[in-house]
Design a protein around this ligand. Sequence first.
Ligand code: CIR
Length: 256
Amino acid sequence: MTRVAVTRGVSPALERCELVHLARRPIDVVAAGRQHRIYEEALTALGCRVERLPANAELADSVFVEDAAVVLDEVAVITRPGAPSRRPETVPIARALAPYRPLVHVESPGTIDGGDVLRIGRTLYVGLSRRSNQAAIDQLAAALAPYRYDVRGVAVNGCLHLKSAVTAIADDTLLVDPEWVDPAVFSGIRSIAIDPAERGAANALRIGERVIYPASFPATQRRLEAAGVDVLPVDVSELQKAEGAVTCCSLVFDIP
Ligand code: CIR
């Protein structure tokens, strides 16, 4: 078994990224590129084979590859991102995934960002954010029914994507920001709440038994470690200025 992580280089246009909740601040694109390389090294250290797609000078947000696809064991869904500026990002992602999975495509009027899709077992929770709509959820449910996935919409408040508010850090454990998503949606699943002083801290990238995690949330990191989670911190501060975090910079999946 090989674990593949598809990434894409940081666009020199990152400063012109889409922003929803953050004020625009200067971004040091060279530092962002350096941080992204270290993030890729963390993926490699945790056993992934990194497949890096070339940076694109026109597509400001294209480093955030997670939003362009949802890769499941049986199939990959190519999204139709909610921000029109991001729709061309899906083309090279579809090309990169085609050797590994059959592809299905979300079509208009559906819009969905991969950052809104959280898989827990055979349930896909989809954030009803500014980016993802019910039409896409309906398409996803129809396309994935043959594979026996259940697809459910989830309200999110105040954040960009569902995975800004909740991510899975183990098969049976979630990291949650209860201000941004109602934890009752996931009742029955063990969850760890972020430190409330650290907004944005719910986005963690699980790779096997370990978790790649932003270095900027030390109090929540301590909570994770106290719960026995093996955390690998990475500095993604420049990418965070673009409303990115750790799940958004890769598409991780297994191949035989
Ligand atoms: C956007 O607004 O689309 C980008 N600036 C950030 C996307 C981050 N994506 C993610 O967390 N899945």
